[in-house]
Ligand binder design. Structure first.
Ligand SMILES: NC(=O)c1ccc[n+]([C@@H]2O[C@H](COP(=O)([O-])OP(=O)(O)OC[C@H]3O[C@@H](n4cnc5c(N)ncnc54)[C@H](O)[C@@H]3O)[C@@H](O)[C@H]2O)c1
Ligand SMILES: O=C(O)C(=O)C[C@H](O)[C@H](O)CO
Length: 261
């Protein structure tokens, strides 16, 4: 018999960047555990394909178009999500972009720095702020429960050369979440960061290419394989569940034991 605390029936989870990769795998796992799921993404086609997968689990699902770097769009889409689902119990600020295929820090343009900041950092701020407003308001009305989650990265702590903008956003996200965990604990809202290592998704291919992985990264992973998006399902279910009520301000590093030597 399944551990009952992991039954997410009646809970609503929002996953930004939930139409592919890690976000979709987390959304699918939570749907399988019984949660209603709203995903946000920028591509209508990818949203539609993801929705089809999610619907197979039989819970209520929706996919909304939202660019998380657009403050007004985030507030508007969050309100729409609450209207559609009645509430948001868990908010996974997962949308992100990377770009490891550039010439290096001395050549980094301000435009590129701002692009990564505006999606990864500003986007997480807008998203988590909207969710925190909603969750604290509910707590004030006697319905206290909340899970704020940010998908950070191993890159925040590993020395992600030629990806300084990306590393900075993920380090910033971890620090923001740690501070939030302290501020919001009294409302029964937890805040945690997930730090994936090297995961086989479209983003990694775009940013680094498979060749770089095989040559430089794989030897540093004791598991000798890419992480898969599905490696993130269980942590999402755990965080959304009542089992994690006392677990806040943490960084969940899921990287196959990646080491530098
Ligand atoms: N793949 C990895 O190795 C890895 C490692 C560490 C951290 N991460 C982080 O995991 C998260 C998910 O990445 P992934 O690997 O699944 O890649 P992915 O490209 O499959 O997913 C990224 C998602 O973010 C969405 N997105 C991008 N810009 C957006 C915007 N402006 N507004 C809304 N959505 C937007 C994309 O549409 C996509 O759904 C990211 O935050 C990424 O930084 C990935
Ligand atoms: O975070 C990412 O974007 C990755 O693709 C992999 C790594 O965690 C990172 O870049 C490590 O330096």
């Amino acid at each position: 018999m399944a551990y009952k605390a992991f039954d997410l029936s009646g809970r609503v989870a929002l996953v930004t960047g939930g139409n592919g990769g890690i976000g979709l795998a987390m959304a699918e796992a939570m749907a399988e555990a019984g949660a209603d799921i709203c995903i946000w993404g920028t591509s209508e086609a990818k949203n539609a394909a993801a929705l089809e997968k999610l619907a197979a689990h039989g819970t209520k699902t929706a996919a909304m178009r939202c660019d998380v770097s657009d403050e007004a769009a985030v507030d508007r889409t969050f309100a729409e999500t609450v209207e559609r689902f009645g509430r948001v119990d868990g908010c996974f600020a997962n949308a992100g972009v990377s770009s490891g295929k550039n010439a290096g820090f001395t050549e980094m343009t301000t435009e590129e720095w701002r692009r990564v900041m505006s999606i990864n950092m500003d986007g997480a701020f807008y998203t988590l702020r909207a969710a925190a407003r909603h969750m604290t308001e509910r707590a004030a009305n006697g319905d206290a429960f909340g899970r704020l989650v940010g998908t950070a990265s191993l890159a925040a702590i590993s020395g992600a050369a030629r990806n300084e903008h990306y590393a900075a956003t993920k380090g910033g996200l971890i620090s923001m979440i740690r501070a939030l965990s302290v501020e919001l604990a009294r409302h029964q809202i937890t805040a945690n960061a997930i730090l994936p290592g090297w995961i086989e998704t479209e983003m990694t291919e775009r940013s680094f290419g498979w060749d770089k992985f095989a040559a430089a990264v794989k030897p540093r992973i004791p598991a000798r394989r890419w992480g898969q998006p599905e490696d993130f399902g269980a942590i999402a279910v755990y965080i959304m569940s009542t089992a994690s009520s006392y677990h806040t301000g943490d960084t969940f590093l899921i990287d196959g034991g990646y080491f530098l030597f």
